[in-house]
Design a protein around this ligand. Structure first.
Ligand code: DWN
Length: 395
């Protein structure tokens, strides 16, 4: 593959094998036509960027039926409220705000009482419609140069562009940054949060890698990428969300002093070789060990006569199930709160997705927590469950 930013040829260092669309929850009648791609990952040392070798077209993933709703976690709603308070530091009373990938409007809802100068870009109709119902102004389109060109009121006049768990979904980062450049005011700020490469390596949470997550960023990669466009990474704030994320603050070059946080984190990343392929090769070994360990655990538990179900049909679970080849011989069902997933089957491995009533009426000896990143919230909710929780990451 060629790196999507620099054009340089990158050789994949690892393959996760054949993968379906992570959020492609499927009906039985469609099993035969299911789409798969070969999921390989590579690393561009020039810009320290971990990336997928190939990925399905964005329209195949983010379509009218996209079934992930940000508001499905109470904790995340709280997080986005706090995030909204944080970004107010970059605003004045007339500021215009744009969110890239605004999903169901969970974040922007925090602004619509204060200002009409707010727009969300969200290409998936299913989630965009929920935002619109909550009166969050939403453009049901991808965020790119061609889709912002007529937004005269916002061109060069937007004080804040935000995104959460979205920038890693955008294949053409060159176009994305040029679009930001078109919109941002001279002293404007781009604030975004993404799953953090360092946390993924530490937790061996390789399930963060799937079709939608084309990149896994670090402060080193973000700093290098934005420099190419005359922007600067001016601050970073580690987050505990989604198993370890990073909030990045980016401004046009020379606008403010760069916080010492940036230098510190880049130094730490260097010490951990996060800017080098070595850390990836180590991660590869860790993934292979993790796969053998979890498979052995599930098989041993089954052989001892235990029943096992899955909790939360996350996008991440698609990687675990397909990479480890886990099907209904090991996991009876996966329960989830999302009505758009219930009654369908998991992508690739075709495990039935059921509602929470089914979970309470068909209690299993073990539960595989696929939403391990929401552990606190879920374990509190399910405190009456008497069996054992398992996962490939430490719970
Ligand atoms: O980047 C992305 C992240 C932020 O969100 C996306 N590409 C898609 C999505 O990834 P995910 O599906 O792995 O996200 P979550 O938030 O780990 O899992 C969401 C799923 O978990 C939903 O199907 C709802 C379900 N869930 C549940 O059934 N009970 C979640 C919670 C908190 C619960 O209590």
């Amino acid at each position: 593959m060629n790196c999507k930013i620099t054009g340089k040829k990158i050789n994949p260092f690892m393959s996760f094998g054949k993968m379906p669309i992570a959020n492609g929850f499927i009906e039985k009648k469609d099993f035969r036509d299911e789409f798969f791609f070969n999921m390989e990952v590579g690393f561009n040392e020039d810009i320290s960027l971990f990336q997928l070798n190939d990925h399905p077209k964005p329209e195949k993933m983010f379509n009218k039926d996209y079934p992930f709703f940000t508001g499905s976690s109470e904790y995340m709603k709280k997080h986005f409220k706090e995030y909204a308070n944080f970004v107010k530091n970059y605003l004045n009373s007339n500021s215009k705000i744009i969110e890239i990938g605004s999903n169901d409007g969970t974040f922007l809802k925090n602004f619509i009482t204060q200002t009409n100068n707010v727009i969300g870009f969200e290409p998936s109709e299913s989630v965009a419609n929920v935002a619109k119902k909550s009166n969050v102004p939403t453009i049901t389109k991808f965020f790119n140069k061609s889709n912002v060109k007529d937004l005269n009121k916002y061109l060069g006049q937007t004080d804040l562009i935000c995104a959460s768990n979205v920038i890693c979904h955008v294949p053409n980062l060159n176009d994305l940054i040029e679009t930001i450049d078109l919109l941002l005011s001279s002293n404007g700020t781009f604030v975004f949060e993404e799953p953090y490469l360092g946390s993924m390596f530490e937790k061996i949470s390789y399930d963060q890698i799937y079709d939608e997550h084309i990149y896994m960023f670090s402060a080193s990669s973000i700093s290098k990428i934005f420099k190419r466009f005359d922007f600067e990474l001016v601050d970073v704030f580690p987050q505990i969300t989604h198993g370890g994320s990073m909030r990045y603050i980016v401004k046009r070059k020379g606008k403010i002093n760069i916080s010492s946080n940036v230098e510190k984190i880049i130094e730490t990343e260097k010490k951990k070789d996060l800017d080098k392929i070595n850390s990836c090769l180590n991660f590869k070994k860790n993934c292979e060990n993790s796969k053998s360990k979890i498979l052995k655990k599930l098989i041993d538990l089954k052989n001892l006569g235990n029943s096992i179900c899955g909790y939360a049909a996350t996008s991440k679970s698609t990687t675990i199930l397909n990479y480890c080849n886990i099907d209904t011989q090991l996991i009876d069902y996966i329960c989830d709160t999302t009505k758009e997933k219930i009654g369908k089957f998991s992508p690739g491995m075709h495990i039935p997705i059921v509602d929470m009533k089914h979970f309470y009426n068909n209690v299993t000896d073990y539960v595989y927590l696929f939403a391990w990143n929401h552990k606190e919230e879920i374990l509190k909710k399910e405190k009456d469950y008497k069996g054992k929780w398992i996962s490939h990451v430490e719970l």
